[in-house]
Design a protein around this ligand. Structure first.
Ligand SMILES: [Zn+2]
Length: 534
């Protein structure tokens, strides 16, 4: 049995979701994170595929934080035989209970809905990715540890967690095995993040895995106060338009940051005392976990911030449906990228209204409905319904839970010297390339790798990582933009172009011209096909 430390990347390589890094040492195997792929339907299809390892042969998991793209496949891992501990901080363990259960319920509801459709079409039903019961079982394997305290997930590998400043409970994971020191950043928070100190850690590693979500974006430095002024302007603008202000938000952390800021703005008299509905059972649960860990949080100027007379935590579906008929309120609802949850109903009821405002305050992954709306689609498809977009679409970028380019570079420099390799992960292609360029100029001696999903490496002490297995080329195409969204946008664009042509004869000519382009494409395809067969 060789005693090399090896790394295999099963997700979050050349993409931002599906974090799952497998480390082996001797006959032991641990995972750092086991997350869900999110974004396009194609990408989400990967969640049902076989794991790249046998779950029963995984000895332990170290979980950096409770976000579903890092934790969301744990229930499947457990359902398929994983019996070890899931090491994480106490707040992560507390959040996990609700985060995973919620994901399980979404998978069950989603499957039931699709199965009704399949049943009508005479097709066989399929099973949910996992159930709420699977999720609760996985949560039962969580094993909380304190930050900065060593623990031994398996004999021969010791580990400790460092504050990552990203969300409540988030951590970077340091591993040491056979004299090799490795650090996995997890997701890193920005400076000036509400609630949390800036990311912490130690220096001098053999290998570092660093997230790159915003590797190509430098934000204007923004204080908490400056961000609040931006929110104030958006709320005032939306209220002046008269309709609802719909804010798609992540249930975890972004909701609590917004509530903190809205409460502060109300207390300062900067915005009217407008009614605020938090329409996400998960957001309500996460808020309770925040209250439980209030002692760990920074930035509370008065207590209790989350309980205001104007704040209404919407629980039942009936209450949620009643919101369809209100106007002039703020509605916070999940999911933040509009891929699931009650936000989709609020979009159906508000997107077509000129007086309504939709304010995006979070990252929108390529292919997600949120991204399509932000990019200016005139019409979107939500749960089988065509919805015109007439509402004012706004966006605030300063509410990030992620470090920007400069902050990522600072974090990397603070971990130096890196004697072996720096792996840039958890980013889309442009972000990875930009960060690589800058990191290389800051650390000219360091070997930098942009790994692909499915690749394996030996991580030697004080020497560059050696690739031992190539990636999964079948996945490359899944990482880009989803064809269904591209198609919807093309059709919308065509309709828009045609509607701009006033004269009906000119319109007819335009349609004929487009038809010619399509015909020539069809001809080109069939020629290519014939040439290919020869
Ligand atoms: Zn995260």
């Amino acid at each position: 049995m060789t005693k090399d430390l090896t790394l295999t990347l099963h997700g979050a390589a050349r993409t931002v979701t599906g974090s799952c890094h497998e480390f082996t040492f001797g006959d032991h195997r641990i995972l750092v994170d086991c997350g869900l792929f999110q974004g396009s339907r194609t990408l989400e299809g990967l969640n049902a595929g076989a794991f790249g390892f046998n779950p029963a042969k995984v000895d332990a998991v170290i979980l950096t934080h409770a976000h579903i793209d890092h934790s969301g496949l744990l229930p499947r891992l457990v359902a398929e035989g994983f019996r070890g501990k899931i090491w994480c901080t106490q707040p992560t363990a507390d959040l996990l209970e609700y985060m995973l259960a919620d994901a399980g319920r979404i998978h069950e509801a989603d499957t039931a809905r699709r199965n009704r459709r399949r049943d009508r079409a005479g097709e066989d039903p399929f099973d949910p990715l996992y159930t709420e019961a699977d999720a609760i079982a996985a949560w039962g394997q969580a094993s909380p540890v304190e930050l900065e305290e060593w623990f031994e997930p398996v004999p021969g590998i010791r580990a400790r967690l460092w504050n990552a400043g990203h969300i409540l409970g988030s951590a970077s994971a340091e591993l040491e095995a056979g004299g090799v020191r490795v650090l996995c950043s997890g997701d890193l928070g920005p400076d000036n993040k509400a609630f949390h100190a800036d990311p912490e850690g130690t220096s001098g590693f053999d290998h570092v895995l660093c997230e790159s979500t915003y590797g190509d974006r430098a934000r204007v430095p923004m204080t908490i106060d400056g961000r609040r002024r931006e929110l104030e302007a958006e709320i005032r603008g939306a209220m002046a338009r008269g309709g609802n202000l719909i804010i798609p938000t992540f249930a975890l952390e972004r909701t609590q940051e917004l509530l903190l800021d809205i409460a502060e703005l109300m207390h300062a008299g900067a915005i009217p005392n407008v009614q605020v509905f938090i329409d996400s059972p998960l957001a309500s649960q996460a808020t309770k976990v925040f209250e439980r860990h209030a002692a760990r949080l920074e930035g509370f100027s008065r207590e209790p911030t989350f309980r205001q007379p104007a704040f209404h935590f919407v629980d039942s579906v009936q209450e949620s449906i009643r919101l369809n008929s209100i106007s002039g309120a703020i509605i916070l609802s999940a999911s933040g990228m509009c891929e699931a949850g009650r936000i989709r109903h609020h979009l159906v009821h508000n997107l077509h209204k000129r007086e309504a405002t939709v304010l995006f305050v979070g990252y929108q992954a390529a292919g997600s409905l949120g991204r399509v709306i932000v990019e200016g689609a005139g019409r979107v498809r939500i749960s089988g319904e065509d919805v015109m977009v007439r509402a004012t679409i706004r966006r605030i970028d300063s509410y990030s839970a992620h470090a920007d380019q400069g902050e990522l570079l600072d974090w990397i420099e603070a971990r130096a010297p890196i004697a072996g390799s720096l792996f840039l992960i958890h980013g889309e292609q442009a972000a990875l390339e930009a960060l690589r360029r800058l990191a290389q100029s800051k650390l000219p001696e360091t070997h930098i790798v942009l790994p692909e999903i499915g690749e394996s490496y030996i991580l030697p002490p004080a020497a560059p990582a050696r690739r031992t297995k190539t990636g999964r080329t079948d996945l490359t195409q899944a990482l880009g933009r989803d064809w269904q969204n591209s198609y919807a946008e093309l059709v919308t664009g065509l309709k828009r172009e045609l509607s701009r042509i006033e004269d009906t004869r000119e319109r007819q000519k335009a349609v004929e011209a487009m038809r010619k382009v399509l015909d020539s494409y069809t001809q080109f395809r069939s020629d290519k096909h014939r040439r290919g067969r020869r």
